[in-house]
Design a protein around this ligand. Structure first.
Ligand code: FE2
Length: 396
């Protein structure tokens, strides 16, 4: 009862909060615009946040070539690791301040985006990132901030959240503030052609999970639902193509947009149990976020079926996988089956070899704690029900 009341109140409070949209720059070769933006912002020294892999494969050089041509000084911070920790963020803050940087470009996947946002928040507040954990603790404009995703999944280029890992607790925490929405999002499919198929698949299902959890959650609006549907439609059409033909620029461009649209949607509505459980698997075993979501999604869809089937059916009608006159239950089942089939096409595993039976009780407890009163899920899950789902994911 208390839970329903809090979710009800939050739904209305949520709509009062203004969440900005980044300026979207979209298309092959549009990476070059980063130099124009920095020039217009009179940037004296840009802080580039990325990782060593992207430096190694030459993706970062494509960016720095444009900056050098425009005679824009920069500093590269490439220490970002998957699930960035407090220590990595502090290292970045130190380098930013040491070099008197005044603008930021984050170029990479979700971890790079999270790390960049956390560094920028820490810099403007002059505080440790732990003290900014939670809601609305930043409340200060970031330096000119350009997000350039190199995967299509996280949608972080459109969101107000940064996820940080605290290794001492084997847990993640979030910094949430509208100020964390990047000022610019550059979606350039040329940066994604070299992305391995497995990462393409997992990150793509992460975007699907954002769109679906946003769509079936109780905080959806007409605006967020249309962004979710636009994302879901693109993912079902283009993710198999991007997975099978990595150099298919149309598929890469459409997946970039899908991920962005899903980000726009879920940052206004929140997520659900797939993410609540996936975050625990990521924090505890370092299971990649997209993979955890992909494995969990069909199970959570089954669990929520009774309360969310009408929403599933609307997605099925929109995707055209059933006729408009088809019965809602049949349509809803067709959607769940379509998700399972997509996982099969993408060769997504069905269990987690890392998962240990003795950890399940703690993981379930933590997942339910994360979601409680935070995620506007269509159907409440008990810790025991969460344990049942996790038990199915044990490798036999
Ligand atoms: Fe996610």
């Amino acid at each position: 009862m208390i839970h329903s009341f809090i979710i009800f109140i939050r739904r209305y409070v949520n709509r009062l909060i203004h969440i900005p949209m980044p300026t979207l720059i979209n298309g092959s070769g549009e990476l070059r615009q980063s130099a124009e933006i920095l020039k217009d912002a009179n940037s004296r020294n840009t802080f580039i946040v990325t990782d060593k892999t992207l430096v190694g494969v030459g993706v970062v050089k494509k960016l720095t070539d444009f900056l050098e041509k425009a005679q824009l000084p920069y500093v590269i911070f490439d220490e970002v690791t998957p699930d960035p920790t407090i220590a990595v963020i502090e290292q970045g803050v130190h380098l930013y301040q040491q070099n008197n940087c005044d603008s930021m470009i984050v170029i990479g996947g979700g971890s790079v985006m999270d790390c960049g946002k956390a560094i920028a928040a820490s810099v403007v507040k002059n505080k440790n990132i732990q003290t900014l954990s939670g809601l609305f603790k930043v409340r200060k404009k970031l330096p000119p901030f350009i997000a350039i995703p190199t995967t299509a999944g996280t949608g972080s280029e459109a969101t107000l959240v940064a996820v940080v890992t605290d290794p001492s607790k084997k847990q993640k925490f979030t910094v949430i503030d509208p100020c964390l929405v990047p000022h610019y999002a550059i979606l350039d499919p040329l940066l994604m052609v070299g992305l391995p198929a497995k990462i393409t698949a997992e990150t793509g299902i992460d975007a699907l999970t954002h769109a679906v959890e946003s769509y079936i959650g109780l905080h959806g609006t007409a605006q967020t639902q249309s962004y979710s549907l636009a994302a879901i439609q693109r993912i079902f059409t283009y993710l198999p193509q991007a997975y099978q033909q990595g150099d298919n620029l149309t598929a890469r461009a459409e997946m970039s947009l899908a991920s962005y649209y899903a980000g726009v949607a879920f940052t206004r509505t929140s997520i659900g149990y797939v993410h609540a459980i996936a975050h625990q698997l990521g924090g505890y075993y370092h299971i990649p976020h997209g993979l955890a979501n992909a494995v969990l999604l069909p199970h959570v869809l089954h669990f929520s079926f009774d309360n969310a089937f009408q929403q599933y059916a609307k997605i099925a009608y929109h995707l055209g996988i059933v006729e408009q006159h088809e019965n809602e239950i049949v349509a809803a089942k067709a959607f769940v089956q379509a998700v399972i089939s997509l996982n099969t096409t993408l060769n997504i595993q069905k269990t987690f070899p890392e998962l240990k039976k003795q950890d399940i009780s703690l993981l379930a407890k933590r997942a339910m704690k994360e979601a409680y009163c935070e995620y506007p899920v269509p159907k409440q899950m008990t810790t025991a029900e969460c344990e049942q789902i996790l038990l199915k994911l044990l490798k036999e």
